[in-house]
Design a protein around this ligand. Sequence first.
Ligand SMILES: Cc1cc2nc3c(=O)[nH]c(=O)nc-3n(C[C@H](O)[C@H](O)[C@H](O)COP(=O)(O)OP(=O)(O)OC[C@H]3O[C@@H](n4cnc5c(N)ncnc54)[C@H](O)[C@@H]3O)c2cc1C
Length: 384
Amino acid sequence: MDFNIPEEIKMIQATIKKFVEKDLEPIARKVEEEGEIPEEIVQKMRDLGLFGIPIPEEYGGLGLNTFGEVLIYEELSKTNACFRSRIGTSNGIGSMGIYMDGTEEQKQKYLPRIASGEWSAAFALTEPEAGSDAANIKTIAELKGDHWIINGKKHFITNADCAHVFTTMVLTDKEKGSRGGISAFIIEKGMPGFSLGTVEKKMGIRGSHTAELIFDNCMVPKENIIGGDPMIGHGFKTAMRVLDKGRLTMGASALGAAERLLEMSVFYAKERVQFGKPIGEFQMIQAMLADMATEIYASRQILYHAACLRDQGKKITREASMVKLYCTEMACRVVDKALQIHGGMGYMKDLPIEMYYRDLRLYRIFEGTSEIQRMLIARDLLRN
Ligand SMILES: Cc1cc2nc3c(=O)[nH]c(=O)nc-3n(C[C@H](O)[C@H](O)[C@H](O)COP(=O)(O)OP(=O)(O)OC[C@H]3O[C@@H](n4cnc5c(N)ncnc54)[C@H](O)[C@@H]3O)c2cc1C
């Protein structure tokens, strides 16, 4: 497979690299401590067009294909993970349902605003009783005249506090459940009966917020089902297709972070002297560096390969799960070794390694845990 990177993508990569080094990295620790991304940084993200990375050009986005998109997220992930989360949640899982399955009217109404960064988007599937078992959602809608009346609760929803648009999975036929009874709604901030609940306190990625969503007789116009009436009951399929693609961008995020950790570890191994020589001269340190580099190389290959397959129009459900599983588990092994190589310094907040250690741990949980990825891969193997 041809992994030649087109010139225009190389230019965007170089711009992102500069943005990360000049604007994001200097404030990465401050954002972690204060739990907020400064508005001027969000504005720079808008100016660079980052909120529209995969959104088609006709709706104001950059229109990058999957390969281009994963390359950009790989670069953007060499700093505090919350910056990637702020962007990727909105133009990825938050709005992808609309540009994949939405009506033309819905695309015209929402995508230009999301692509410009004027509006942010979030993806709401998880509920207290429905995490890995996503088909078990209880949030339910009843059609009354021209409106759906929605009742229920979502939790752990990323970007909930800054989003204007929520791609929300809701039961429209309790009997059918995930087999034709779940629909994807576009819920707007401010719709009657829709409110934010608790903002959850997390172990890491503190600059990105997750919260509960409360639907208390929330009134949503009939036309707000993604894809309109013909798509009533097709929401679970939309959600799964969104997650297939999301799993590749998660892989890219894990890869970018791992690359940064390897770079830091090589640098430290050359600089830190013990027993009269740089620790990089000790074979046990060299073995850790070699294992990190090898796993990163393997991750990059499967990620790029799956992204290119998707761009060729191939179904990549199994590959997406493999990428999500391998890259996120790899990044956790890499950060553990990076911390070990840095010794006591790795445990201190003076260096960002402890932050990566906490942040990367999440990647094995959200958008489908490692166990669920293994289950999906095995199911596909046994079925086919
Ligand atoms: C910070 C954060 C942000 C999130 N953002 C979003 C978001 O924006 N939108 C959204 O919809 N959701 C979001 N989530 C939810 C996330 O996708 C779920 O947390 C995840 O899918 C796991 O669900 P759960 O937490 O309920 O764990 P559970 O499903 O309760 O799982 C608990 C454990 O049991 C294991 N397990 C469950 N079923 C099986 C099985 N069949 N076989 C083997 N093991 C199994 C799991 O792997 C896990 O180890 C977010 C979560 C977090 C923590």
